[in-house]
Design a protein around this ligand. Structure first.
Ligand SMILES: [Zn+2]
Ligand SMILES: [Zn+2]
Length: 257
């Protein structure tokens, strides 16, 4: 694979990262097959959203999967050390090396995905922007109804381009307003600028001129992806380029606040 450069985005060679990710992902899938039904029976979702926030997921399940991923990466860490790291992380401290942190992230996602399956069977109504919601605007439609984490990845689904948010933590998908900005609720589609790059067909970055924030939109009709988490990682250069683009626009004029 040759690294290509364009004016807007510098695409990196992601092959080694992808291999590593695939290997961990296969391990997570194997764990879910073997242990999924056991842990599913141990999950008790709340009566309202967020149904199963990350901090409420069973610690034993997270440690079990995390340890499995550590073993597959030949990283020797005791269970008690992992529990301590997890406890610290929940308190907002993170002293882990990046590789251990990545494996934890995959473990949390693996367990959270079980939770999202329970809610998926019931389904959730379309999340509408509510200007009177007291929480921060981002929490409005961008917060996952299952795990409560913020996602900025939208997918236009087959066959008619219905807009769904895809949670990059637990993989839950929920329907949202079809047009306009997901941060501030502006429905004026003329205020949304779409940026794209030929290296990443089917992926667009939507920048809102009203609030100055951006989200990623994958057109599932043009790009069928089996794994949206990987698609999001693979297209991170678009996020960086968008941030630079916004900075330049702000410098050029004060249209974006
Ligand atoms: Zn989620
Ligand atoms: Zn906006």
């Amino acid at each position: 694979m040759v690294a290509k450069k364009s004016k807007w985005v510098a695409a990196a060679d992601l092959e080694p990262a992808y291999r590593k990710y695939r290997q961990l992902k296969q391990e997570v899938d194997a764990w879910r097959q073997e242990r999924g039904s056991y842990w599913l029976a141990n999950l008790s979702p709340a009566g309202k959203s967020p149904y199963l926030p990350i901090v409420d997921l069973p610690e034993d399940a997270i440690i079990e999967l995390w340890q499995r991923l550590n073993l597959s990466a030949k990283a020797e860490i005791t269970d008690s050390a992992l529990r301590e790291m997890w406890r610290q992380l929940k308190q907002g401290q993170n002293a882990m090396d990046p590789e251990t942190a990545t494996r934890l992230q995959m473990a949390v996602s693996g367990v959270a995905k079980l939770a999202s399956r329970i809610v998926d069977e019931k389904g959730v109504p379309e999340q509408k922007y509510n200007p009177r919601a007291s929480e921060s605007p981002e929490k409005n439609v961008l917060a996952c109804p299952v795990c409560g984490e913020i996602s900025t990845l939208a997918v236009l689904t087959q066959p008619d381009g219905k807009r769904m948010m895809h949670c990059t933590t637990c993989s839950f998908e929920w329907p949202v307003q079809r047009t306009g900005c997901l941060f501030c609720g502006s429905e004026d589609s003329k205020q949304l600028i779409y940026l794209n790059n030929e290296d990443f067909p089917g992926v667009e970055m939507a920048v809102c001129q009203v609030c100055g924030k951006y989200f990623k939109e994958i057109d599932g009709r043009k790009l069928s992806a089996a794994d949206y988490v990987w698609e999001d990682l693979r297209t991170l250069p678009l996020n960086f380029a968008t941030e630079r683009w916004i900075e330049e626009q702000v410098k050029k004029n004060n249209q974006i606040h």
